[in-house]
Write a protein that binds this ligand. Structure first.
Ligand code: ATP
Ligand code: LTN
Length: 326
């Protein structure tokens, strides 16, 4: 069976972009693939975090992922920091990637421009991400559109290592959903909905209450020409609503657009579709929230299964690169 691997940062509230761009695909893949999913808490450290908040976000994210439909009996779900092989392989990856390659990453340019403290880890972030993926002999990486460059650099690192030291890593491919790969901020449709940006009116949390979802979608920025068609460049606000409705109802934005002639109707139906999509997730989350010990038990089980795979790959890579066996 082909292996899928993906990761998500415990960097704030899980939002509609995360769900439609990535998590729906994670859940679907676990039926037909050998699936490994990781909460990348070490990546979250690349920007300053309060310890208590990081701990709370990590546990809450694990519960949300299970509520969304990840089944710890079918997939491996674990915390990155519980599997030391990630940090260990990351060093080999740092020594395989070049400064120039890291310097071209748009995520670094973007985040370093918006933050006061720029850690070394923010710059070498892609090396740790490559380690995450390559440790599991991953074939497919389900992610949103913003991750293309990170998967591309992972492929380059794997190919360089394989050509220098002999076949060691599987070279992975990304999987991006047909609708929902890039959900934009409702108030600023020129930038993506994001966990760590503070744009409360533009972001819909997976746990958002239903009145608030309706209000935010009704107030979403559109334009003044009154025409409903999918065109992300010329009509970013309307196209974003069409993408949300399409992804929430397993359709395409173009198809969805044919059913509407007024922005108001499109907004009402989009809000209803989002509420229906989130309702069962919210119910399940409230159940899980009351039993943190059970979540911790599942995560522990996940990391021990993950280590069975990652320890073999790390040892192979260490031997190939010329390190003496311990
Ligand atoms: P941060 O703002 O802290 O960078 P984020 O909201 O971008 O966080 P990540 O943890 O970086 O979320 O990403 C988790 C997954 O969600 C990734 O696969 C990413 O591509 C996807 N994703 C994030 N934002 C969006 C979005 N607006 N639309 C579609 N997919 C998204
Ligand atoms: N960089 C990703 C998070 C991430 C990831 C991964 C995604 C870290 N390691 C491995 C896929 C596979 C992000 O910011 N969304």
């Amino acid at each position: 069976m082909a292996r899928v691997f993906s990761g998500i940062q415990p960097s704030g509230e899980l939002h509609l972009g995360n769900l439609l761009g990535a998590l729906v695909n994670w859940v679907n893949h676990q039926k037909s693939h050998d699936a490994v999913y990781c909460i990348v808490d070490l990546h979250a450290l690349t920007l300053p975090k309060r310890p208590e908040e990081l701990r709370e976000n990590s546990l809450k994210l694990a519960q949300l992922l299970i509520a969304v439909g990840l089944d710890p009996d079918k997939s491996i779900l674990f915390m990155q920091s519980h599997v030391p092989e990630h940090s260990q392989l990351a060093w080999l990856m740092e020594c395989t990637v070049s400064f120039g390659e890291l310097n071209r990453m748009t995520a670094f340019k973007d985040k370093s421009g918006r933050n006061e403290f720029i850690s070394g880890g923010l710059f070498t972030y892609p090396a740790l991400q490559a380690a995450d993926i390559l440790l599991y002999d991953t074939d497919l990486v389900p992610v949103g559109d913003d991750q293309r460059q990170h998967i591309e650099i992972t492929r380059d690192i794997a190919e360089r290592f394989n050509s220098r030291f002999g076949n060691t890593f599987v070279v992975p491919k990304h999987v991006i959903p047909p609708a929902g790969a890039r959900i934009m901020d409702l108030q600023h449709p020129d930038r993506k909905m994001s966990k760590s940006e503070t744009s409360p009116a533009g972001t819909i949390s997976v746990l958002e209450d239903h009145d608030s979802i309706t209000k935010k979608i009704k107030r979403a920025v559109t334009d003044s020409d009154g025409e409903i068609r999918f065109d992300s460049n010329l009509k970013p606000g309307v196209s974003n609503l069409l993408s949300i409705l399409a992804a929430a109802t397993s359709s395409t934005p173009e198809e969805v657009a044919t059913g509407y002639s007024r922005y108001g109707d499109l907004k009402i139906d989009t809000a209803e579709a989002v509420i229906e999509l989130l309702r069962p997730i919210q119910v399940k989350f409230r159940e899980l929230e009351s039993d943190p010990a059970e979540t911790n038990r599942l995560l522990k089980l996940g990391s021990s299964k993950a280590r069975e795979i990652s320890s073999v790959t790390l040892e192979r890579a260490m031997t190939k690169i010329g390190l003496l066996n311990a």
